[in-house]
Design a protein around this ligand. Sequence first.
Ligand code: PSZ
Length: 501
Amino acid sequence: MASRLYCRCLAARSNVWGSIQGGRGLVTQAATAKRSLDEFEPSGPRMKTAVPGPLSLDLQKQLGEIQNVQSLNFFCDYEESRGNYLVDVDGNCMLDVYMQIASIPIGYNHPALMSIMTNPRNLSSFVNRPATGMLPPRSFTEKLLDGLLSVAPKGMKRVQTMACGSCSNENAYKGIFIWYRTKQRGHSDPTPEETVTSVINQAPGCPDLSILSFMGGFHGRTLGCLSTTHTKAIQKLDVPSFDWPIAPYPKLRYPLDQYARENAQEESRCLEEVEDLIVKWEKKGKPVAGIVIEPIQAEGGDNYASFDFYRKLRAIAKKHGSAFLVDEVQTGGGATGLFWAHEHWGLDDPADMVSFSKKMLTGGFFYKDEFQPDKPMRIFNTWMGDPTRNMFLSEVLKVIKQDNLLDQVKRTGHVMLNGLYDLQARYPHLLSRARGLGTFCAIDVKDEDSRNKLILKARNKGVVMGGCGTQSIRFRPALVFKEHHAHLFLSIFNDALAEMK
Ligand code: PSZ
């Protein structure tokens, strides 16, 4: 199936690329009728310079004149990048197991996505970005049904698109607060006092409600979300914050089977603390309207809790009348082997809201019926997403289905995790705590400095990886990352490890 798809799309695309690019790059490949992912992309990394190379450094200097470039790694050549391989401006071709911070679902320049761009019937969608809350295009509902709602988590038939992960969570929180106040009042009509005070940031119009979050969680950097983000000081420093409760997230000891009893106790301790905090904040006059949590704390260091922990947390939210919001911005879209990571938990009582972005290509959140405000423009902004992103997502979902990519993820994830176990046995002084679900894997390095060195070493050997937490390396390949890519990655990673002192 995969080969047929690539063949068809490349052929369809070749003319357009030919006229735009004068026969360079992708067109040359189309002309020779490459038939599969393996043929579409390079057979392995190809390094010409250290990374960043001279051209990257030059461009970085230029950009540095107009903005902060301290987070910049290197400049990329997206036209030349293919599948699992990212090419930089110096012509280095690298196997990408980080994929733009976990946000590329089916690899670079996937023909199915290129064909959306080259279809002349889609032109007006790209040229005229609509205010979808007021003036959506004809196909808007159909595309949502065909795309996002075809993968809606259990218990949810409604979805609101947004631009990015932060604004998805930000609006989900607002939906929770509106739901909570409507529930408290018994209806949604404000008193005259509420109406007046809301405009001047005072109670009762702006009530003291809270969202409970977890230490080590990351939910975005906008002002509301930032109050629920607790990863690094640099993300929070100097910015005012809400006084909202922060619960401890379980710190599990590895290997898990060896510490089953201790870990279960640790999870119970955290759940007790959640209940205590809910009671405390209620007493303080800032009731917990909602609980937000990631299925795996990603930015915070790929921290896991058991499925049982999450089921119990869901029950606690219900017991106290708090909404339960699962942030699947980083975990959603298939990388854990199921489309949504929280499906692994086997909840009887579904979550109330699920937010997404990254691999879903559009931000947004699914929600239960009762979380829909009954008045217009309570959850609203200019674009509320982008219909062209929904078009891309529909294609991605087709490819996931046609090419059985979730099974692929499970198979590759198996190779990755076993390979990481082997490496940690071979380099016990450097590596520990290999962990993962599907290809959503991570490993710890002995300290932050060694972790950073290892990432740079591997990059110069042709593998792009990312860090998370204080000393972890996280793996976030695309869903088209196959077993042979995993073997290749493990071998290069091994070479980098062998050179570490
Ligand atoms: O440093 C940063 O701002 C980063 S690096 C990776 C992310 C943010 N991830 C974004 C993210 C996320 O992982 C979870 C679980 N929730 C929300 C967000 C925010 O999404 P964006 O970045 O699209 O606003």
